[in-house]
Design a protein around this ligand. Structure first.
Ligand code: SAH
Length: 267
């Protein structure tokens, strides 16, 4: 499940209900801390950032033992987060998965061949959506995503840097607004400046750039700068970076990407 950006106000009603009803909760320590007041008395399976596979395995084992277990991610659980990993692990372990009750009713075309298997353990799964950082961050900046946008993670732990750079270059060439996730970490610092240089090949130096750190958390910090000065900005692993397209502009501290109304209507 996704817990949204961090504050209880931005946690969905469904997420609250699920947290109230599960027997155990698995997650990265920082996310567990954000919801600790909601999960008093529950068994907690927490671990550090790079231990996602261990955490997912432990949660699956917990569920297979008959307990209800929520695996929490920040933002949305399907965006650079745990939902995909959990499903992949179920596939590789030949675990049969079923959508929880009526939460999902889907028909699969016969052409979309599914991996089949022998006698299997069985799990009921519900994926609870949450507000992703590109929505929470965008709302704090104004309306930077009103037109087409591309979301790119700068983490090259699981994706080769050449692939990431190609995607940045293509998105910049095609004039997408670009949202950069995982822009920096303690061990990873060169990627943001490289991304800046690649985007500058296609975009003006004064293109507005929104930088949102710890959206909807106590340490929240919002800043608008230009593409030319992006490398000077304070960016951490809790930051999401929004790079405007060729029409994005700023007005009274709001970052706005027009959809095109003013060309068609007299607004
Ligand atoms: N599942 C998450 C993304 C996880 S990847 C989501 O849907 O938002 C981790 C990255 O998300 C961070 O490096 C940062 O770029 C972004 N992020 C997560 N929470 C954030 C927050 N509260 N404020 C700003 N960026 C955030």
């Amino acid at each position: 499940m996704g817990i949204g950006p961090g504050s209880s106000e931005h946690l969905s009603k469904r997420a609250c209900d699920v947290l109230e009803n599960v027997e155990s909760v698995a997650g990265y320590t920082t996310y567990i801390d954000l919801i600790r007041h909601l999960i008093k008395g529950k068994k907690i399976i927490s671990s550090s950032m790079t231990k996602e596979v261990d955490r997912a395995e432990a949660a699956i084992a917990e569920a297979l033992s008959g307990k209800t277990c929520a695996i929490v991610s920040s933002g949305d659980s399907g965006i650079y987060a745990m939902a995909g990993l959990v499903l992949e692990l179920c596939v590789s372990r030949h675990i049969q998965i079923m959508a929880k009750s009526t939460a999902r009713n889907i028909s699969v075309d016969s052409v979309a061949l599914e991996k089949t298997s022998i006698k299997r353990d069985c799990l009921e799964i519900e994926i609870v959506p949450g507000i992703p950082a590109f929505c929470s961050g965008a709302s704090l900046l104004g309306a930077p995503l009103t037109h087409d946008f591309a979301s790119i993670s700068l983490s090259d732990l699981l994706t080769p840097w050449e692939v990431i750079e190609k995607r940045i270059d293509s998105a910049a060439f095609a004039d997408f607004v670009i949202v950069l996730f995982n822009p920096k970490s303690k061990k990873r610092s060169f990627q943001l400046e490289k991304a800046q240089k690649t985007i500058l090949k296609h975009r003006q130096k004064n293109t507005p750039v929104g930088i949102v750190t710890s959206a909807m958390r106590e340490e929240q910090n919002i800043r608008i700068t230009t593409l030319e000065n992006l490398h000077l900005a304070d960016v951490t692993m809790l930051t999401t970076v929004f790079i405007g397209n060729s029409s994005t502009f700023c007005y009274d501290g709001f970052m706005i990407t027009p959809r095109g109304y003013s060309k068609k209507y007299d607004i």
